[in-house]
Design a protein around this ligand. Structure first.
Ligand SMILES: Nc1ncnc2c1ncn2[C@@H]1O[C@H](COP(=O)(O)OP(=O)(O)OP(=O)(O)O)[C@@H](O)[C@H]1O
Length: 256
């Protein structure tokens, strides 16, 4: 992934999430969540079951919810359009008999690119995730990390102004993790990138904004520097400031 490459989508002013609540039957997964995201990398943190995936799928529009999720651009509010968004779900299936190039081409075509644009988009995205040499390999022959990178290629191929990645660095080797972080920080100037992660190194390397969610509620929403400053006040021996901040903010909270 080349940091100097920037997606050509229009810069969005911000994503507004207002008073969003969501349930699975009796389970309240999100409870009046309100925050906004401007271009940059927003790291979404929280314990297992906190509601991160539910929040991402609500923003994408596939989880029904109460409240409002909109884009505000030039003072105008609008619904988020599917073509505005690139989404890497936490778990996904790909057509195992298709090759990587066909897979990404199809994803770009589904996002409104013409067949010719989709072909080029696939070439570019596979290059960015380091899978050019696997372009004609069948999906079923890929390793776990290669599959994850193919999923990322599908999410970024149409160069969306909103990128939602649910635990994208899981399964990537250190070099690929570095390349992904470099790519995301490179596009962040004009892309709202929301990355769900359990890795504080992801936060350290690429986050501008940090949102911590616990029990379906936002318990922290500020800059990375503010999180570091909070951690410095609660640091134990052997802990980084980010580890201390995360522990002190999430320790002892009731779980749903
Ligand atoms: N399909 C589902 N049916 C019922 N409950 C669900 C479903 N998906 C999630 N939940 C519940 O909703 C809550 C939030 O889950 P969610 O997957 O959003 O958390 P998460 O923060 O993404 O967790 P993780 O870090 O483990 O991926 C949890 O209590 C979970 O058990």
């Amino acid at each position: 992934m080349k940091a100097q490459e920037r997606p050509g989508g229009p810069a969005l002013r911000r994503i507004e999430v207002e008073n969003v609540s969501a349930r699975y039957g009796q389970v309240r997964a999100l409870d009046s969540v309100t925050f906004s995201v401007t271009p940059g990398v927003c790291a979404l943190l929280g314990p297992n079951g906190a509601g991160k995936t539910t929040l991402m799928s609500s923003i994408v529009g596939i989880k029904t919810h109460d409240g409002r999720i909109e884009v505000v651009e030039g003072g105008q509010r609008a619904q988020i359009r599917p073509t505005d968004v690139g989404y890497l779900p936490q778990r996904f299936d790909l057509a195992s008999a298709m090759c990587c190039h066909e897979t990404v081409q199809y994803a770009a075509w589904c996002q409104g690119r013409s067949p010719r644009q989709a072909r080029q988009a696939s070439v570019d995205a596979l290059e960015r995730v380091g899978l050019t040499d696997k372009a004609h390999a069948k999906v079923k022959t890929l390793s776990g990390g290669q599959r994850q990178r193919l999923g990322i290629a599908c999410a970024i191929a149409h160069r969306p102004p909103i990128l939602l990645l649910d635990e994208p660095t899981v399964g990537l080797d250190p070099t690929q993790r570095y390349r992904l972080r470099e790519y995301l920080t490179g596009i962040a100037e004009n892309t709202c990138v929301v990355v769900s992660t359990h890795l504080l190194e992801d936060v350290h390397v690429m986050a501008d904004q940090v949102v911590i969610i616990d029990g379906g509620k936002i318990i922290f929403n500020d800059t990375k520097d503010a999180m570091v400053a909070h951690g410095a006040q609660h640091q134990h021996a052997g802990e980084s400031t980010l580890e201390a901040a995360y522990r002190s903010l999430t320790d002892g909270k009731p779980r749903p």
